[in-house]
Design a binder for this molecule. Structure first.
Ligand code: ADP
Ligand code: NI
Length: 214
């Protein structure tokens, strides 16, 4: 397996994205996931770090927000992994993780994930919160023509994927609808610890935002 081939594929799929899902989001998720996995690995009988790195790089390349045809994207990911000599079993595990780890896929029913999957999911959630999470939320909001803040639109309790994607919201409401909740959904201890720290930072930002409205 040559990592540069995977990185090229991710560049090709994600470069130019202005919704917070660019190549460097994938790279940060790789770095965070490796850190979490190394702290948790004692529980994993065999070293699955290569699989973890692949799943982290590829996690958004089949997302319907980014690619026009997710089924076609899955075919491309499988073919890439095959060319890189990844076994059928590991290909299936990587595909399973990236198809089941998203916030929306877990609304209503939590999807079971391996330790590798749990670390990649935690890493993706960490990149959605804290200072980076704040930047990404407003970038996403702007790209989707969503207003920053509107005192007449209240946050709602998100129950399912279609409500999550389709209800009229604001970027500030997105913190209450999703981002502040992520710390309680973390799988790993190290991930939870970092999520609490990043959430404190978002709370301070939201307080300051409110205080500035006169
Ligand atoms: P997942 O891929 O886990 O289902 P999303 O793709 O919906 O989650 O969200 C990815 C990131 O995009 C979020 O963490 C957030 O930063 C941003 N995002 C998604 N929906 C919104 C929204 N309505 N307003 C602002 N940011 C959003
Ligand atoms: Ni992601």
């Amino acid at each position: 397996m040559q990592l540069s081939h995977i990185q090229e594929f991710v560049h090709q799929k994600m470069d130019g994205d202005v919704t917070g899902h660019d190549y460097w989001h994938a790279q940060r998720v790789v770095n965070l996931a490796v850190g979490l996995y190394q702290q948790e690995q004692i529980q994993d009988e065999i070293d699955n770090q290569e699989m973890l790195i692949l799943a982290a790089y590829l996690h958004d390349t089949i997302d319907d927000k980014l690619v026009g045809d997710p089924n076609q994207a899955i075919v491309e990911v499988k073919s890439l992994l095959g060319q890189e000599g990844i076994s059928e079993v590991n290909q299936a595990e990587i595909l399973y993780i990236i198809e089941h780890m998203s916030f929306s896929a877990n609304l209503g029913q939590k999807q079971p994930l391996s330790l590798v999957g749990q670390c990649v999911q935690d890493a993706d959630r960490l990149d959605a919160i804290g200072a980076i999470g704040i930047a990404r939320a407003f970038a996403y909001g702007g790209a989707h023509k969503q207003v920053i803040y509107d005192p007449e639109i209240q946050p709602i309790e998100i129950q399912d994927k279609s409500a999550y994607r389709n209800h009229p919201s604001t970027s500030i409401n997105h913190f209450y609808e999703k981002l502040l909740k992520l710390k309680d959904l973390m799988n790993t201890q190290a991930g939870r610890h970092e999520a609490i720290r990043r959430t404190d930072y978002m709370q301070k930002f939201l307080q300051e935002f409110k205080d500035e409205i006169v």
